[in-house]
Structure formats: structure tokens, C-alpha cells
Design a protein around this ligand. Structure first.
Ligand SMILES: [Zn+2]
Length: 446
């Protein structure tokens, strides 16, 4: 069987190559070199600014950085000498293929899900991805509620080279006990499978293994589970089974948690990240810090039009974040953005989520670490993306002002480079170089 399918693949390749120019004629030209003059270069790790730096980018990688880097003849020079250049931003929890709205669904995502096809949602996700990138987010962890794998389709389209977007670390379908996060009546659950494809139901060890494998097969890069969305939430042993199965494919497990008991099970099992912070308290934070478990708290700010947060709820959110910070919990900037606020792009909406971090009294340098370094780490891509250092992918942004002095400077991104290509310049999106009529980076990227 294996032999047969391998033969079939070889045969297809042969057919595809008929009528093509010889291989030598297809060799790509030498990678273009770009030199960026950075007036100020922000290093989030050190929490400091270096002035007068030159960043050399070759192809999609950073080749060299420093004050005295020689600019090769013929290199394109980009002058950002009046700007602060820094690594791209990370939203550790978003839902790019879900946008619920006041009209027609009264901000209830059940209706978004029954009214919008996965195909439409995938196109919305492509738009949202570009809006994120324009705001400076070069990495997004996209954690489910994306219909029938619209998130995988978006990641594959970006990775293969069809269109611009952030690096997507996507979860595929959220796995949960019967019902997922929905409360379907018996008719809808049994006769219409209304829960799928928003949730994959997995109630037994066999179903858990199969659900993880289904998501891996269909393009997930992280496994997202509903730890305690129902009273029959997962035990620590069941979560361990998720972790073991995901690890076979090198993937981590992110857990939606909404109760203290659920958080305890997730922590005991050694889950990679806890999503949402409503159930976390001082004791649980201490346990998370001791075990090195990530916190993607998805702290919602006040003042978002159409999405009121009560003063009490916001005070709890801010106090929780402050407590996590004091306990040295590993915390990543995260939004849970999945709705539309009139007048704001998805990226602009996400940057409003800086407010609770400021209100928690967290120093700007640490907020910047949470939205850069910690984002790369929770997304598990920190070995290839993040620092502006030789060898890393060339993802970087530039803005006037200094975010170490005023973190709201992050809301004024004027320049975005992704994988060595300029996506935004002088405040205007310039995405032409990203659009291709074929999978220029390789159709095998899945
Ligand atoms: Zn979410």
C-alpha cells in the first residue's frame, strides 16, 4: 500500500514536470539584500534601545545587525533612522475566522456559526490576518472557533505564499466533552450534529486520541482543549493523554479553563498553557509559576464600543494580572478577539488590550516582553522567530516614539516587514510582493 502510493506520487510529479523549463532555468535568483537603517533598535530582552544600527536582510532572514555593518553594493536601503525598530508583535489568543457582530447576530456567535460558511469565514480570516499584520502583529496563535479548519486554510495559504499574513499557530477544531462550549437541545445535537465543526467531541480515551489525530491531519499546529466547559470536564489523566498524543507530533496543548478545579487539573497534568484568567487565583498562579505553565489571560479592556465590561469585572481582571506578574507567572499578551468594533481594524482592536497591562502597573519593558518574547515562546517558535539577530526570520516593525517610555506607541506602527518583504511603509500597506497566483513557497506545506 505504501509502495503503491509512493509510486503514485512520483508519477504525478513526472506529469507535472512535462512542458516545464529544465530545472536549471527555475533556479531562483540570488536572494535580494535589504539594508535597514534603524535610528533606534529596541531589544525587548535587554529592555533597552541601541541607536544608529544597520540591519541586513537577505531573502527572508536577518543576515547581520550592528552599528558598523557594511552595506553591500546594490542592496536596497530602507531609511528608518527617525523610527524605533523592534521585533513584530504576538497575539497569543485570537480567532481570525470568527467575527461576530451587532448585526445580524446580536454579538452571539452561535448565529455567526449557523449563518456563515467556512469558506466565507476563511476569506474574513485572510482579511483579519492582514489587519493584524498592518498593526504590527507578525505572529498570531489562532485558537479555534474557525469553522471547518478555516484556520488551517489561512495558515497554509500564507505559508505557501498566496497572500500576506502573520505566522499562524492554529489549533484546528477545539476538542471538548460532549457539547463543547455549546448547549444544544437534544434534537439539534443528535440529528444535526450542531456542535461540529465548532467543536470536536471527545469523551473517552479512544475519542481523545482520534480527535488529536484528526486535528494534526487537518493542519493544526497546537492542540486546544476545553478543560472544563461542562461539569464533566477533563481529569488530569485525560489531559495527560492529550499531551502525550500531541507530543508525538511535537505539539503543545492549550487549555481553555474557566473553573479553579479545571485549572488545578490542567496544572497537575502539566499543560502547556492556560487560556483565560477568570478562574486563576494567587494559589493557582503560584503553582503555574512553579511548573512553568503559560498564562494567556485574554484580559478584556474597558471602553470597547458595544462590549461593556463592568467596573467590578475589570478590577478583577487587572488584579489577577497584577497577581500573576507578582508571582512571576509566564504571561503572554492575548486578546480572544473574535468580534467587530466599528471603526477599528482587528489589529487596532487587539492593541486596545494593552490597557489592562498598563492598569495592572506592569512596567513598559515587561509589557513589551509579554507582547514579543513571551509570545514567541508560548507559540513555540522562539528558535526561529523573534529576536532581531542574524539567522532569525526577518519579521520586524517600526514606529515613531519609544514604547519603553509610552507603551501606547505600539499603536502607531508605520512599517512592517514580514519574512524579509515590506508589508507596510510610511503607514501605508504595500502588500503587492506577497500576492502570488501559485504556491511559490511550496505546495507541500501543510
Ligand atoms: Zn478564545
Amino acid at each position: 500500500m505504501l509502495k503503491l502510493s509512493a509510486g503514485a506520487v512520483a508519477c504525478t510529479c513526472l506529469m507535472l514536470s512535462i512542458g516545464r523549463p529544465p530545472i536549471a532555468a527555475q533556479q531562483p535568483a540570488p536572494a535580494a539584500v535589504t539594508a535597514i537603517r534603524a535610528g533606534r533598535l529596541l531589544d525587548p530582552d535587554a529592555g533597552r534601545i541601541l541607536t544608529g544600527q544597520i540591519i541586513l536582510v537577505e531573502g527572508n532572514r536577518i543576515r547581520d545587525v550592528g552599528p558598523n555593518v557594511a552595506i553591500p553594493p546594490g542592496a536596497q536601503v530602507i531609511d528608518l533612522s527617525a523610527m524605533t525598530v523592534m521585533p513584530g508583535l504576538v497575539d497569543a489568543h485570537n480567532h481570525l475566522a470568527l467575527t461576530y457582530k451587532p448585526e445580524p447576530e446580536s454579538n452571539v456567535y452561535y448565529y455567526t456559526y449557523v449563518q456563515e460558511s467556512t469558506a466565507l469565514r476563511a476569506i474574513e480570516a485572510a482579511s483579519n490576518g492582514m489587519q493584524m499584520l498592518a498593526a504590527g502583529f507578525t505572529v498570531v496563535r489562532d485558537l479555534g472557533n474557525n469553522g471547518n479548519y478555516a484556520d488551517s486554510a489561512l495558515r497554509q495559504a500564507i505559508d505557501q505564499g498566496w497572500l500576506p499574513g502573520p505566522t499562524i499557530i492554529n489549533s484546528g477544531i477545539i476538542i471538548g466533552g460532549m457539547g463543547g462550549q455549546f448547549f444544544p437541545p437534544p434534537e439539534m445535537a443528535k440529528d444535526h450534529s450542531i456542535v461540529y465543526p465548532e467543536y470536536l467531541e471527545a469523551d473517552t480515551p479512544d475519542e481523545i486520541v482520534k480527535a488529536v489525530r484528526q486535528n494534526i491531519l487537518f493542519g493544526a499546529k497546537v492542540i486546544k482543549i476545553c478543560v472544563d466547559c461542562k461539569p464533566y470536564g477533563y481529569t488530569a489523566d485525560e489531559i495527560r493523554l492529550f499531551i502525550r498524543e500531541a507530543a508525538k507530533a511535537g505539539m503543545k496543548v492549550a487549555g481553555h479553563v474557566q473553573t479553579a478545579a479545571g485549572a488545578k487539573n490542567a496544572i497537575d497534568a502539566g499543560i502547556w498553557s492556560i487560556e483565560h484568567s477568570g478562574a486563576l487565583n494567587d494559589d493557582l498562579h503560584k503553582q503555574m509559576a512553579a511548573k512553568g505553565i503559560w498564562r494567556a489571560g485574554t484580559e478584556t479592556p474597558t471602553g470597547l464600543q458595544g462590549h461593556p465590561v463592568s467596573a467590578e469585572a475589570y478590577a478583577r481582571t487587572v488584579a489577577g494580572l497584577k497577581n500573576a506578574y507578582e508571582n512571576k507567572v509566564m504571561a503572554a499578551f492575548s486578546t480572544d478577539a473574535d468580534y467587530f468594533v466599528a471603526g477599528k481594524t482587528r489589529g487596532e482592536l487587539c492593541l486596545e488590550f494593552l490597557k489592562p497591562w498598563k492598569d495592572a502597573g506592569i512596567p513598559n519593558a515587561d509589557i513589551i516582553r509579554a507582547i514579543t518574547i513571551n509570545g514567541y515562546r508560548i507559540a513555540d517558535i522562539d528558535r526561529t522567530r523573534g529576536p532581531i539577530k542574524a539567522g532569525y526570520f526577518a519579521d520586524l516593525i517600526a514606529l515613531p516614539g519609544n514604547p519603553l517610555d509610552d507603551v501606547n506607541a505600539l499603536k502607531t506602527v508605520q512599517f512592517v516587514m514580514k519574512d524579509g518583504l515590506v508589508f507596510k511603509r510610511d503607514g501605508v500597506m504595500t502588500p503587492a510582493a506577497f500576492f502570488h497566483a501559485g504556491p511559490v513557497n511550496g505546495w507541500r506545506i501543510r
